[in-house]
Design a protein around this ligand. Structure first.
Ligand code: ZN
Ligand code: ZN
Length: 490
């Protein structure tokens, strides 16, 4: 069952060109000067609220023109549109009791399967209001389509940002959509504009079920790349084809819709990111594969037997006139690469971050390099000041600095709790993992154990381990970890 959201497109009665957007509330601060010094710029989006079913068995009499065409799967008369609309309008400063007027269904959007929770589908309705809005609250503002497009497509580093609902409900018809044709059986998202994200079923780690396939395929080639010279040129780019074999025919359709001059970018070698590589090679043997050499070493000939171009960071890539920059991002693996989509200033982060709200869970994303390098990558991302983070598992994150600081903070906290566990008598890898991950499902303890090892190495380097702790004994206990874990799960 999907969750439903009502998004309201309010057109200004006295100026047809303007629509009402609301400043979105950022996530809470950390209460720590260092992290709180990284502030994401203001994010503006259509006002919206969760749409709940009516509590009574009576259907609502509130009239939305065109509601019957919403979706065969959804009857709006069973939902409390009226009070949700009241709630949404009060967010923007409307205090009147009457919300009458002509409300029209604009569209119904089903969210792609980002997981791990249920998708959030959105009903967009359109109406005109005006005079009552003389005293707009500080949180809302009238904006024209053009000014929204400028904020999205000609991004300045700390300029205001426009959210996903405004793009889907308001701007989509004013934007050129890309050349990527996604089969109707798959839901996808084109946000940030110019970047198509298709979550596809993959053999990934729980709680996720999908890997985001990212496609950049501008329909009309612009001279956005200017006169400068680039390391790599292409007409389209596809990233992390990690879908399982059941999705290979859909992947084939996607690749067939793209121009021949195709660049394939792989963030890292894990199977849930490369399982579909052989399909791309089969459909388009002219495609150019870009990957770090540490990644390439671990990709089998069955997956890719043609040549490749090694990248190590800072390569400039021109795709149909759009500029992209490869960024070396060791952490999750030692050959991990990220990609910056320059025009939308969005950072595709691979598996460095996942969009998932549980801090404990985010700590189980495996990293294999020394802790210091992992932190350096996170700080490098922070300094870039991206407008959005696109992970390969989960939704796009629109509070990048907050998310990256959250990861850094959790990591540091984790390291101090590992030290506490050791000071409290924990001696083996299993002792430490079972103590500090006691609130996390044991099926995540394997990646967690790899992180614990790296933190213990870091503590040893800093000379922080207590005198009585034997690093040798700890290292020997690594081999027995899996057996101990299996015996607890039985
Ligand atoms: Zn991975
Ligand atoms: Zn992954």
């Amino acid at each position: 069952m999907a969750t439903l959201k009502l998004a309201v497109i309010i057109n200004n009665c006295s100026n047809d060109d303007e629509y009402l957007l609301v400043r979105q509330t950022p996530p809470p601060k950390f209460g720590d000067e260092e992290y709180d010094s990284y502030v994401d710029s203001d994010l503006w989006d259509l006002p919206s609220a969760k749409l709940n079913p009516l509590e009574t068995e009576f259907q609502s009499g509130f009239f939305i023109e065109g509601a019957e065409s919403c979706s065969p799967k959804l009857s709006l008369t069973n939902f409390d549109v009226e009070s949700t609309l009241h709630q949404v309008l009060s967010q923007v400063g409307f205090r009147g009791g009457q919300i009458g007027g002509n409300w029209v269904l604009r569209k119904y959007e089903e969210e792609a399967e980002f997981g791990p929770g249920t998708p959030v589908n959105t009903v967009f309705i359109f109406g005109k209001l005006g005079i009552e809005y003389e005293n707009l609250q500080e949180v809302s503002r009238w904006m024209s389509i053009q000014s929204c497009l400028n904020l999205l497509l000609e991004v300045k580093p700390s300029s205001d940002r426009i959210g996903h609902l405004a793009v889907v409900g308001l701007l989509n018809e004013h934007m050129q959509s890309g050349r990527c044709k996604v089969p109707p059986s798959l839901c996808y998202q084109e946000y940030p504009p110019g970047v198509t994200i298709v979550p596809m079923g993959s053999k990934t780690q729980k709680p996720f079920r999908t890997t985001n396939l990212v496609v950049i395929a501008p329909s009309n080639v612009t001279d956005g790349c200017g006169g400068s010279s680039y390391d790599v040129y292409g007409d389209a780019l596809i990233m992390d084809p990690g879908c399982r074999s059941e999705g290979h025919s859909e992947l084939m359709e996607i690749v067939a819709s793209l121009p021949r001059k195709l660049v394939v970018f792989v963030t890292h070698h894990h199977y849930d990111h490369v399982e579909g590589l052989s399909i791309i090679q089969k459909c388009n043997p002219d495609a150019t594969l870009l990957a770090h050499e540490n990644t390439m070493r671990r990709i089998g000939k069955d997956d890719w037997s043609l040549g490749y171009t090694a990248i190590s960071g800072a390569e400039e890539i021109c795709i149909g006139g759009q500029r992209l920059t490869a960024i070396f991002a060791p952490g999750h693996t030692d050959g991990h690469m990220a990609l910056l989509h320059v025009s939308s200033h969005s950072l595709i982060v691979g598996d460095h971050c996942h969009f998932y709200s549980s801090n404990n869970w985010s700590n189980t994303i495996m990293f294999v390099v020394p802790v210091q390098e992992y932190f350096e990558t996170s700080y490098k991302f922070l300094e870039l000041s991206p407008h959005a983070l696109i992970p390969m598992h989960g939704r796009v994150n629109l509070w990048p600095k907050n998310m990256l600081c959250g990861y850094i903070k959790n990591r540091r906290n984790r390291e101090s709790s590992i030290l506490k566990a050791i000071e409290g008598g924990a001696e083996t890898l299993f002792d430490i993992v079972s103590k500090i991950y006691s609130d996390v499902d044991p099926s995540f303890w394997i990646p967690a154990s790899s992180n614990v090892r790296i933190h213990v190495e870091h503590l040893a380097q800093q000379d922080k381990l207590p005198k009585g702790f034997s690093l040798e004994r700890f290292n020997c206990s690594r081999a027995a970890f899996a057996d101990r874990l299996r015996s607890t799960q039985m």
